[in-house]
Design a protein around this ligand. Structure first.
Ligand code: ZN
Length: 295
């Protein structure tokens, strides 16, 4: 049973949430600062979420007293907390207009964490799905460790283009996901367009960094291929033809890729992940819809 509201006391050490922080992250930081188990604090508010961790961001099972309990524990007014904690804001105002951009569980770079919460080692936040790096500190944050981007200016430029696309398209996250899968399939099954020189060169620059030894090969490859993933994302969102025929779309897209990368694209037809994942399933209303056109 949750503790009764009148028995709750403000925690000895209080700290504020970071903007867009997950509830799990905030409760874990409060718990560490007060030398208590995070699960103990979570149970004061409602049922313990399954696999409770800093990534947890749910208010499932909370009752009408839960937000006030969190305010008591943290020593901060509920509206103040709701401005920083998206899950709490959603609970208090479930019908408010949603975020325009899709968001995902992420983390700020270590420099941003140090600036916002000097005592925290881990802060988990929600961030737009298309954001892969901290532009202020030039650090790639889509890995277990921050990766400096000083030697990879084309990655920073790729993110800038992605930001522009995300301002115009609501489906940037889905297109990005699709582009990454296509590029991964190309890598695994044979490249129809030779991007090996760029990727090898970038991997060399990543592997020259001390932090690269702590990063998985998958994360290093993602970083190395990121500029090309952005180019493909752009073509998925703004296809070179509006023709509904998958073959026409495929040929127009491969021609455009060939032009942009200034090299030959070997059209593999129905065996090409670009065809199977994108051209075959695109419909006229949604560039990455899985319904609609078929052969
Ligand atoms: Zn930063």
């Amino acid at each position: 049973m949750p503790t009764q509201p009148d028995r709750l006391r403000r925690l000895p050490v209080t700290l504020g949430p970071v903007h867009d922080e997950t509830l799990g992250s905030y409760l874990h930081r409060l718990a560490v600062a007060n030398n208590r188990p995070a699960s103990f604090l979570a149970r004061l508010l409602g049922p313990l979420p399954p696999e409770f961790s800093p990534l947890s961001n749910t208010t499932t099972g909370w009752n009408s007293h839960s937000p006030d309990r969190l305010a008591t524990l943290s020593g901060r007014p509920t509206p103040h907390l709701a401005r920083a904690l998206p899950a709490l804001a959603e609970l208090l105002s479930p019908h408010r207009p949603g975020q325009r951009t899709e968001r995902m569980i992420s983390r700020p770079c270590r420099c941003c964490i140090a600036r916002r919460s000097p005592t925290a080692s881990v802060v988990i936040t929600l961030s737009p799905v298309h954001v892969h790096l901290c532009p202020r500190h030039q650090l790639w944050t889509r890995s277990t460790h921050d990766i400096p981007l000083v030697a990879l200016p084309e990655v920073v430029e790729g993110q800038r283009r992605l930001d522009q696309l995300a301002r115009r398209h609501r489906q940037t996250g889905r297109a990005l996901d699709l582009a990454r899968k296509i590029v991964e399939d190309w890598s695994a099954s044979g490249m129809p367009i030779d991007l090996g020189t760029e990727w090898t060169d970038r991997l060399d620059r990543v592997e020259a960094l001390a932090v690269s030894k702590k990063i998985s090969a998958e994360d290093r490859s993602h970083l190395a291929a990121f500029p090309e993933i952005v180019v493909l994302t752009h073509l998925i969102l703004d296809p070179p033809t509006s023709a509904p025929d998958p073959k026409a779309l495929y040929l127009a897209t491969t021609a455009e890729l060939s032009r942009r990368f200034a090299r030959i694209y070997t059209t593999l037809g129905t065996q090409d992940p670009l065809y199977r994942r994108f051209c075959l399933y695109r419909d006229r209303d949604g560039p990455v819809s899985k319904s609609g056109v078929s052969l």
